[in-house]
Design a protein. Sequence first.
Length: 474
Amino acid sequence: MHDLRKKILLESGKTLSRKARARPESGRSSAVHTPNTSPGHSRAGSRPGSRYASSDDDFDSGSEYDDVMTASTNSLGDDNEVEDNTVASWPDRLRDRIAEMTNLKRSSVQGREAALNAYVHLLRHHYAKNIVDGYLSEIVASLLKSIRSGDSADERTLAMRALNVTVITCPAQNVFDRVFQTLKGVCEDTDEEKVKIEAIHSLSATVLYAGGGSAAYDEVLQFLVEIIESDGGAVNAQDNGAVVSAALQAWGLVASYVPDLLDQAEQAMEAFMEQLDSTDAEVQTGAGSNIALLFEVARDHEEETGEKFDMQYNQHRIMTRMAEIVRESSKSISKRDRRHLRSSFTSIVTSLERGKGPGYSTAGRGTDNPHVGGGSTDGDGGGFQEFGYREKLRVRDQLMVIDTWSLQARVEALKVLLGGGFATHFTDNPLLEEILADAEVEQLATAADRKKRRDTEDSPAKKGRKSLRATEVF
């Protein structure tokens, strides 16, 4: 039995740890070495009040394949390096997957799924515009074929994920018109929930990054509002919270690009207010965030033009309704969902009251406290400083402050579209620099910087200065 297990492990590429190899054969029942680079998992579409990510794998990629592929792809150096004599560089593997995807003759559904899975992973975790550009037309044609007539729900879902990351890697002006009717038809006609959800995300990604214009934005927004106000019925998914939640998130992403959003505000606001009464916490928080986005647009419009835009619902009515929802939240939902709902609605209410973005904290501390950088002689002898924006996103050595609802909508949607590769594209992809251009990004101290500072603080000279000051005091 143990010999058979060892053979399976060796053939699958997994190895026993050094500690396990040192044990007698009878002690190897659980000696499989577990990689320590698997990405952390977070629910797609959730909108927590604050999120600190420490690596490119802190975002859920939506693909189980990432768990076993991240270590190998991220450990490679530049394009020409290989890990050993038997492992090709990631550009070579990507070209091989593209060849498999675009040559569908005699392919099996399992083979197509594997190729799509690997392609999605590689394109998420490596910025590969120079490679994909040369095959873009063939890739899109192949993906469309899998989306229309794939032999499994997994194949169709993976094909749409591949389409999303492809257009984010290689923005194109001639792709949206080719895919719009197919994606809309799939969303309406398929029975599988995950296929509908991915089609909704693909509609938002392709209309923005694959050649959709202002008229296309309006058409997609209208389609998404129809899904929301019908509780999913417009796409044959009646009362499906996951589908409605995806439509809410996609609406927020597309709406963040539309300058004349107020033309659609009345119908959208009505749909979002109705969804505040949903029994699904994700739907409620998604609707609340979009309501806050609409009021943010109205404030910006008034500041730019001097013309006041009256919403169908006044702020006091909305805040009162949200307070009631939090109080009446059913015990049938989990404690986590209740906390998430309370945190989100608190953020929205503060935003409406103060004209601020998401995650703004009115709590604070006295500026005359010497322990927090102030002094009793500062200013007029005292004051109070609010903590302000607390919703921040850490990506490697950078910290981005999320201070508008439109920015939050973009970040949350991009994390779904790019999964565990968000950090890679945030660092290397010029499109994300353009998408997040209005964000305030701070450069954090690197590990080397922190070590240098600690070494300086612990230096003999500094210790001597501390001792000298102590001597002088006493």
